[in-house]
Structure formats: C-alpha cells, structure tokens
Ligand binder design. Structure first.
Ligand code: ADP
Ligand code: G6P
Length: 472
C-alpha cells in the first residue's frame, strides 16, 4: 500500500546511497514495519532531511523486490529496485569485486567484466532518475560512495538546476592502479558531474586531481577543478566521523556497564582483553592480525591462560568468492591456534562470525583493554573512533594501522604497519604493557580529536562548502 509517497519534485535535500537508512522489522502483531538503521551517516543526515523536507533514495537490500515509496518519520523514502541479475552484476560484481579491491590498493585482484559495467551504468541511471524525480528545483542532492560514481553526471544531464555533492567513503587510488580500469574515463566523467567531491583524506583528493588532469585534460588549482563548461568543481578531503556523544552516552548506560562486566567474566577474567571488530573483509587485515596473535600465544609472549583476543567478524558480501575464501582461511587459522594453545574450556582466541546490537558493541568497547584495528587499507575506519569515544574514564589503548584514514587523526594510537608482523607483535605487547599514565594521556588526546570532529561537524563542513546550511 503506498503510504504518503514523497511528492514528485518537492524535496529540497536528497540523499542518494546504495542502501536505504531503514531496515524492515517484524512488529509484535506479525505485521512488518521499518526502523532506522544504526550508523553515523544516517544519524547525521536524518536531521538535515527533516529540516529541509528531504528524501533518501536507496536500495532496500534484497533483490527482486518492489517496494513503493513512502514517508518515514517526516522524510521520504524512495526505494530503488534491483533484479537478481543486477544484484550479481552491479552490487556483488562491479561494486564489490571490481571497485572495492581496486580502490583498496588492489590487496585482492579486481575483476573486469563488461556485463558488470553495463549493469552498473544501468543501475546508476535508475538511481539518478529516482533522484531527478523527487528533487525540487534547485535542490541539493548528496550522492554517497563507490556504488554510485556515475550518478552525478547522469543526474546533471537530466537536472542541470541541481546542486550535486558526492562523497567517497573509501580511498581513491593512485593513478598507477586506477588506470587499469577499462572504464576509467567514464568514471572520472561521472564524478565530474558533481559540484563538490569529498574524499576521506588529502591523498585521495590529490590522486583524483591528478587523474582529472591526465584523463579529462582539465586544469586544476589546489582543490579546485576548472571544467570546460565553466563550472568550478571542489575536490577535497572531509574525513568522516561518528556520533561521538551518542556512542559515549550508550557506553555509560547501566546496561552497557553490566554487559561489559559480564563479558569480562564470561571470558574468564583475563588480565587483558584484546578486541577486534570488523566486517569479514580482506581489507581489514584479519589474516595478518590472527597470525600475529597466534605467534604471540604460541611463543608465550602473551600468556594464553591470562589474555584473550576477542574477534567479532561481521558477515558481509557472502556471495562474493573472495569473501568465502577469507572466511575459510580465518576459520582454519583460529581453529589451529586454539587447538594447539590454551586448554579445555579456555580458548585464547574467541572468534564470532555475527552481527551485534549497538549496545553489545558498546559493552565490548568498554571491556576491551586493547582495541586492535589493523586494516591493510581503509578509507577511515569508524570502529577505531567508536572505541576512543566509548572509553571515558578507563584508560584503554588503540593499536591502529597506518593504512587506515583514521591514523591521520588518531596520532596517539600505537601505530602499526600490518605487513610487518614483528613490528605489529611488538606494538601489541607495548600497547598492553604500557603505563596507566601513558594510556590515559594518549586516549585523552584522541578523545579530544574525535569529539571536536564528530559526524555533525563533518556533515556541516561538507554542506557549508556546497552552500547548503544546516539549521540544526
Ligand atoms: P566498514 O565501513 O568498512 O565496515 P568501519 O569501521 O568504518 O568499516 O565501519 C563499520 C561500522 O559497522 C561501525 O559503525 C561498527 O560499529 C559497525 N559494526 C561492525 N561490526 C559490527 C557487528 N558485528 N555488529 C554490529 N555493528 C557492527
Ligand atoms: C563500507 C562502504 C559502504 C557500505 C558498507 C557495508 O562502509 O563504504 O558503502 O555500505 O561498507 O557494505 P555493504 O556491501 O553491506 O553495503
């Protein structure tokens, strides 16, 4: 039943993202409804949508399903459908087996298939058409991430009146890698349909500007790109962040405190809890990390009776072959380590392949003495910031890969190169064994950074540059 579909051509602020900000939930009476999905981007953009009378254009997350547009909590939801074939070719294929590895330093080989590209363009056109339909004259449209890089140009063709922003949540690669892409020119042109392009870090913005000069022959100056049609396009870094206060508040609730204590007890009251929380993705450096812990436990440098490494790996993109292979590898590595060190009833590595409610994550962050974030490449890594925000009075320590965007801001972390196994092992020991005073000093300075530069500050600075003031 179409309930109050957002009226065509009336939304002043439109977000276009691969995923909708709502998840389907089962009500008590067995009917189904919608609930806001947790996450920083959603938290930051919903107030803007409410202020400006906005609509979110996105995919519901399952294939071959048609959902009518509807209004949710004061803003519009405009679902874009994907067929099963498009799910394979646009989502699992072009987005997650081509762009994802290509943009993450090719830590796995990207695959190039012409059918995937065709599907990608078709789906990008569908998102652009949906946005063009709901956007009011002169509205602001903010397109998100690598799944939708051609939406800006497609949208501009239909609606030159719109103000179009684009934000890439993952790294933008150096030209040596990007030039592999058979559709390199089309992707650059797609992005250049924007008025403003945001990246996670200045290096990504520089890589992009370099390619614009090389492939599109446009002149650039600092973070400005001069397009032959007279437009000046801004391309610069806007490092994304989290709802720091919201996360801190959650971690201070009696429930989070109780769950954290319970967790420590369930883990056998170890001296130190090391924690990893990642999607089970090959960019996250899990193989290297598990290997480092395996060696530390085997050699006894970390006593397997007194220390626990808890690793949460969130199921993700399970239809993509590389992710299936990774899962088997990690299963095997963890099994092998646990079966040879530790003893019955005591596994040094506690490994869970599951999603958890935000409350449970807050409790884990609270309980963890050492947070271990060691991606091989990561645009930002919000988990690192969430850990820092959750630890108020307790000390805690963050071990962080220098290849995560977050390392540019969280400079007081125990920094590691995840490819350097010995270096990583040393930093893990150092983080765990450092003095309380050092822990407090480092965490305090990182907390300051995260609270000053939270998700609201991020959305504000992007939208202010785009000329869309937030009124909250
Ligand atoms: P990525 O975007 O690549 O997954 P980030 O670290 O930037 O990596 O963001 C991951 C987000 O997903 C964080 O907000 C984190 O809290 C959340 N998350 C990760 N694992 C889980 C899990 N098992 N259950 C629920 N939320 C999770
Ligand atoms: C990263 C990407 C997002 C994506 C998320 C989860 O954060 O930047 O665009 O939504 O991973 O991946 P998924 O494929 O499940 O949407």
């Amino acid at each position: 039943v179409p309930r109050d579909a957002p009226a065509a051509g009336t939304s002043q602020f439109v977000v276009v993202a691969n995923r909708l900000p709502v998840d389907r939930v089962q009500n008590d009476d067995d009917s189904s409804g919608w609930a806001l999905s947790p996450g920083g981007l959603v938290t930051a953009l919903i107030p803007v949508m409410k202020d400006h009378g906005g609509t979110w254009v996105g995919w519901v997350g399952s294939a071959d399903e048609h959902i009518q547009p509807f209004t949710f909590d004061g803003y519009g939801i405009m679902p874009v459908d994907l067929s099963a074939q498009e799910f394979n070719e646009y989502y699992e294929g072009m987005s997650n087996a081509t762009f994802w590895p290509l943009y993450h330093d090719c830590v796995e080989h990207p695959e190039y298939h012409r059918e995937w590209w065709d599907s990608y363009m078709e789906v990008n056109q569908r998102f652009a058409t949906a946005a063009a339909e709901v956007a009011a004259p002169g509205a602001t449209v903010w397109v998100q991430d690598y799944q939708l890089q051609n939406v800006p140009a497609l949208l501009r063709q239909m609606r030159p009146d719109l103000k179009i922003g684009f934000f890439l949540h993952i790294p933008f690669p150096p030209s040596e890698l990007f030039m592999q892409l058979p559709w390199r020119y089309q992707v650059i042109s797609g992005l250049l349909g924007s008025d403003q392009i945001g990246f996670q870090d200045p290096g990504s913005a520089r890589n992009f500007a370099h390619l614009v000069r090389r492939l599109a022959g446009m002149r650039t100056q600092g973070d400005r790109i001069f397009s032959p049609d007279g437009r000046v396009i801004l391309a610069r870094a806007y490092p994304i962040s989290i709802d720091a206060q919201g996360i801190l508040d959650l971690s201070r609730t009696p429930q989070a405190r109780a769950e954290a204590e319970q967790l420590r007890e369930d883990l056998g009251n170890p001296d130190k809890i090391f924690l990893g929380v990642d999607r089970l993705d090959y960019t996250k450096g899990l193989r290297h990390r598990v290997r480092a812990f395996g060696e530390l436990f085997t050699s006894g440098q970390l006593d397997p009776m007194r220390n626990v490494y808890l690793q949460i790996a969130t199921p993700t993109r399970e239809g993509v072959a590389r992710y299936q292979v990774l899962r088997s590898i990690i299963d095997e590595m963890v099994g092998r380590i646990n079966s040879s060190v530790g003893r019955i009833g005591r596994s040094p590595i506690e490994y869970r392949h599951a999603s958890y409610p935000k409350m449970a994550l807050a409790a884990m962050y609270r309980a963890a003495d050492v947070m271990v974030v060691t991606p091989l490449r990561d645009g930002m890594n919000l988990v690192a910031k969430e850990y820092v925000a959750s630890h108020d009075s307790d000390a805690g320590a963050l071990v962080l890969s220098e290849f995560a965007g977050a390392s540019l801001e969280l400079k007081q972390a125990y920094m590691v190169n995840p490819y350097d196994l010995n270096g990583m092992k040393n930093q893990l020991l150092r983080a765990a064994g450092d003095t309380h005073a050092n822990h407090v000093r480092r965490m305090r300075s990182m907390r300051k950074q995260v609270f000053r530069h939270d998700i609201d500050a991020w959305a504000n600075s992007f939208l202010t540059d785009l000329g869309t003031e937030r009124s909250v």
